[in-house]
Ligand binder design. Structure first.
Ligand code: EPU
Length: 420
C-alpha cells in the first residue's frame, strides 16, 4: 500500500486550484439513473469514490462515457440490472444514492446495505422510511435493501427526525418522478443538496425551497438529459486553508466558492489569520504567526461542518491556548486523536468533546490514516511537525483529495508518495 512521507516544518506559500466537490458529484452521477437521455457531468474530481460510482453504474449496465476532460456522460437507457452489489457498496457508503433514483425511474432497486464504518454506525433507516412513505414496498433481506413500487411512487410528506445529507438527496431524487407533491421537512441544507437540486431542475424537475429545511417537489412524468458542472469542493478548500494557517503560511485557493464556507472562515479569522475573499477565490495569510486555539462544535449546514473537525483539531494541536472540539454528527469521529497524540499532541477526550491544549511543536512519527478527513488532519499534523511523518493507508486520502501531494508541493511542502 502507498505511503505519504512528509518532512515537516515548511511554511506553506502559494496558489492552488480547487477541484469539484466529491459530495455533490456522487449524487449528481446517481441522478443519471432518473433519465433515458444522457446526463453530462463536468468539473468532476479525479477521485477513487467517483471511479467507484462510475463502476457501480457500469455494472448495472448504464452506459458511461468519459471524455478527455473527464466530463462523464451517463446514459441509463441501457440499464440491465437493478442490483447494486455488496462488493462495490462495501467500499463506498454513498452507493446508497442509487436507491431513490433507480426505484423511482425503474420501479425496482436492490441495494446492498452499507456496513458499519470507521466514523460511526451510520444507519440508512431514514432513506428507507422516506421511500416507504412514498408508497414503496421495501424489505431488508440477505443484506440487501429490496425496494419495489407498483406504478409511480406517490408524493408524500417526508419528515427527517435527524438531518441527513444523503437521505435528503435520495428522497429528493425519488420525488422528482413521483406522482404529485412531496414535501421534505427538516431537510439537509448543505450546498451539495442545493447543487443536486439545481442539476435536477436543469433536467426538468420542479423543485423549490432547496437550501432551506423544507423542500417541495412537484413530481413530473419524465425528466430529460442535461449538462451540468459540479460545485467546487468546500471541504478541500477548507483543508488547504487550515493547512496554511497551521504552518503560519499563506495560501490562495482559486476556483472555489467562498459563500458556502462562512462558518469555517469565521473560525479561521479567530485564529488570527487574515482572510480575504473574492468571487471565486479565498486567500489566507497567517504572516508567520502561531494560530490561536479556536473551539468548534459540529452541526448540520450552515453550522461548522463535521468534515472539517479533524483538520481544526490538528491546527489546535499546535495553536496557542486550549480549545474544545465537539463532534455532534458522528459518534466515533476522533480516531485521528490517538495518532496525533503519538506525534506529541496534548488532547484528552471526554465523550464527544476533545480538549486540545496547543503544544509548541509536534514530532514526526509513523501514523495510520483511519478515514478520509482523519487522514487530511494527519497530513496537516505532518506538515507542522519536526522531522519525518509517514502516513500509511493513504487510500483513504485518495477517496476525497485530488492530487494532494502535487497540490501541497505547489505550496512548497516537502511531501512524497512512496508506492508499496
Ligand atoms: N443518520 C441516521 N439514519 C439515516 C441517515 C443518517 O440516523 O438513515 C444519522 C447518521 O448516523 C449521522 C447523521 O444522521 O449521525 C448525519 O448523517 P448523514 O446522513 O447526513 O451523513 P451522510 O449523508 O451519510 C454525508 C457526507 C459525509 C458527511 C455527512 C455529514 C456524502 C457522500 N457524505 O454523509 O461526508 O460527513 O454527510 O455532513 O455526502 C466525507 O466526505 O468525508 C464524509 C464522510
Amino acid at each position: 500500500m502507498d505511503k505519504l512521507i512528509i518532512e515537516g516544518g515548511v511554511r506553506l506559500d502559494g496558489e492552488i486550484r480547487i477541484s469539484g466537490a466529491k459530495n455533490s458529484a456522487l449524487p449528481i452521477l446517481a441522478a443519471g439513473l432518473l433519465v433515458d437521455e444522457p446526463l453530462i457531468v463536468g468539473n468532476l474530481p479525479h477521485l477513487h469514490d467517483i471511479t467507484t460510482m462510475i463502476e457501480l453504474l457500469g455494472v448495472m449496465g448504464v452506459e458511461v462515457v468519459i471524455d478527455e476532460k473527464l466530463n462523464v456522460e451517463i446514459n441509463s437507457a441501457t440499464i440491465k440490472s437493478y442490483n447494486a452489489p455488496y462488493e462495490l457498496v462495501k467500499t463506498m457508503r454513498a452507493s446508497i444514492l442509487v436507491l431513490g433514483p433507480m426505484l423511482s425511474h425503474f420501479g425496482e432497486a436492490n441495494v446492498s446495505l452499507p456496513g458499519g464504518c470507521a466514523i460511526g454506525s451510520r444507519p440508512v433507516d431514514l432513506h428507507i422510511r422516506g421511500l416507504e412513505a412514498m408508497g414503496a414496498d421495501v424489505v431488508v433481506e440477505d443484506g440487501y435493501i429490496k425496494a419495489k413500487t407498483n406504478g409511480r411512487l406517490k408524493g408524500a410528506r417526508v419528515f427527517f427526525d435527524t438531518v441527513s445529507v444523503t437521505g435528503t438527496e435520495n428522497i429528493l431524487m425519488a420525488a422528482t418522478l413521483a406522482e404529485g407533491e412531496t414535501v421534505l421537512e427538516n431537510a439537509a441544507r448543505e450546498p451539495e443538496v442545493v447543487d443536486l437540486a439545481e442539476c435536477l431542475i436543469a433536467m426538468g424537475a420542479k423543485i423549490s425551497g432547496h437550501g432551506t429545511d423544507t423542500i417541495t417537489v412537484q413530481g413530473v412524468e419524465k425528466l430529460h438529459g442535461a449538462s451540468y458542472s459540479v460545485l467546487p469542493d468546500r471541504i478541500e478548500t477548507g483543508t488547504y486553508l487550515v493547512a496554511a494557517a497551521a504552518t503560519g503560511g499563506r495560501v490562495r485557493v482559486k476556483d472555489t466558492c467562498p459563500e458556502v464556507l462562512e462558518a469555517v472562515l469565521v473560525k479561521l479569522r479567530e485564529t488570527g489569520a487574515e482572510v480575504t475573499t473574492g468571487d471565486d477565490w479565498i486567500e489566507l495569510d497567517m504572516k508567520g504567526k502561531r494560530p490561536k486555539a479556536v473551539s468548534v462544535h459540529t452541526a448540520p449546514y450552515p453550522a461548522f461542518p463535521t468534515d472539517m473537525q479533524a483538520q481544526f483539531l490538528a491546527m489546535n494541536a499546535v495553536a496557542e491556548g486550549t480549545a474544545t472540539v465537539t463532534e455532534t454528527i458522528f459518534e466515533n469521529r476522533f480516531m485521528h486523536v490517538h495518532e496525533m497524540m503519538r506525534m506529541g499532541a496534548n488532547v484528552s477526550l471526554e465523550g464527544n468533546t476533545a480538549i486540545v491544549t496547543g503544544v509548541e511543536g509536534l514530532k514526526g512519527a509513523p501514523v495510520m490514516a483511519t478515514d478520509l478527513r482523519a487522514s487530511a488532519s494527519l497530513v496537516i499534523a505532518g506538515l507542522v511537525a519536526e522531522g519525518d511523518t509517514t502516513i500509511e493507508r493513504i487510500y483513504h486520502i485518495d477517496r476525497g483529495y485530488e492530487c494532494i501531494e502535487e497540490k501541497l508541493q505547489l505550496l512548497g511542502a516537502k511531501i512524497r508518495r512512496v508506492p508499496a
